[in-house]
Design a protein around this ligand. Structure first.
Ligand SMILES: [Fe+2]
Length: 226
């Protein structure tokens, strides 16, 4: 049985300052004995397929800055399961476009110098019967975690949707499941999140906690500015 801390999308170097300390406080409060990073550890804005601001085109600088933030996470949580998200996989995705086979690429743990257990993109990791996945391989829209839990017939934890956070339960006469969305850990004022500025809905900062596969919580990060 596990007490799982679920670290949300961090998009390093776009992780909000203080997020690691917030995570440590939550880990202490719940006596956490397992940690999952739900994916999109890094942003890789310079390598994205999207049109990008001129200040985001320096991949060398971005990777250097991202490594610093990643190191602060690995220092705090050396033993972690990391699910590869769509942003983490940009190296692999770009390589595919130009025809570079997977066997020619460095693995993710090596690129980011993390001692973590890496799970390939679209993995559905199971802990105490609960599914953990990045969230981009199932249904989206409102209440994506809830809809994916129903589709899976199993309690499900996802990230990916920065503006969704919380737990919603569903039951039939046979069984009961929850869908947990864990929000994100990003600094929305950073240039790589410029695309979100036009929307009224904003990222929800926090993390997830799952106790023995039976109880699920979203822990909001209570920022003074909010
Ligand atoms: Fe994502």
């Amino acid at each position: 049985m596990s007490c799982v801390l679920v670290i949300s999308d961090t998009h390093c170097p776009g992780m909000r300052r203080g997020y690691v300390d917030f995570l440590k406080r939550i880990a202490d409060r719940y006596a956490i004995n397992r940690v999952v990073h739900i994916g999109d550890l890094v942003d890789l804005a310079a390598m994205s397929f999207h049109e990008k601001h001129v200040s985001l085109r320096n991949a060398v600088q971005e990777v250097k800055a991202a490594r610093k933030q990643v190191a602060s996470l690995t220092k705090a949580f050396p033993k972690t399961d990391w699910l590869i998200g769509n942003h983490d996989a940009l190296t692999e995705r770009q390589a595919q476009v130009v025809g570079i086979p997977e066997c020619m690429l460095r693995d993710y743990a090596d690129i980011w110098q993390v001692p973590w257990t890496v799970h390939p993109r679209f993995t559905k990791l199971r802990i105490d019967g609960v599914i953990y996945s990045h969230g981009d391989s199932g249904r989206g829209g409102q209440d994506a975690a809830f809809r994916q839990a129903k589709d899976n017939f199993r309690s499900t934890v996802i990230g990916h949707f920065h503006n969704q956070a919380g737990v919603r339960w569903w039951a039939n006469p046979e069984f009961r499941v929850f869908g947990l969305s864990v929000g994100c850990g990003i600094d929305a004022s950073r240039m790589q999140f410029e695309y979100g500025r036009k929307f009224a809905h904003k990222p929800i900062l926090g993390c997830g906690v799952v106790l023995n596969g039976k109880q699920a919580y979203f822990e909001p990060w209570l920022l003074r500015s909010r």
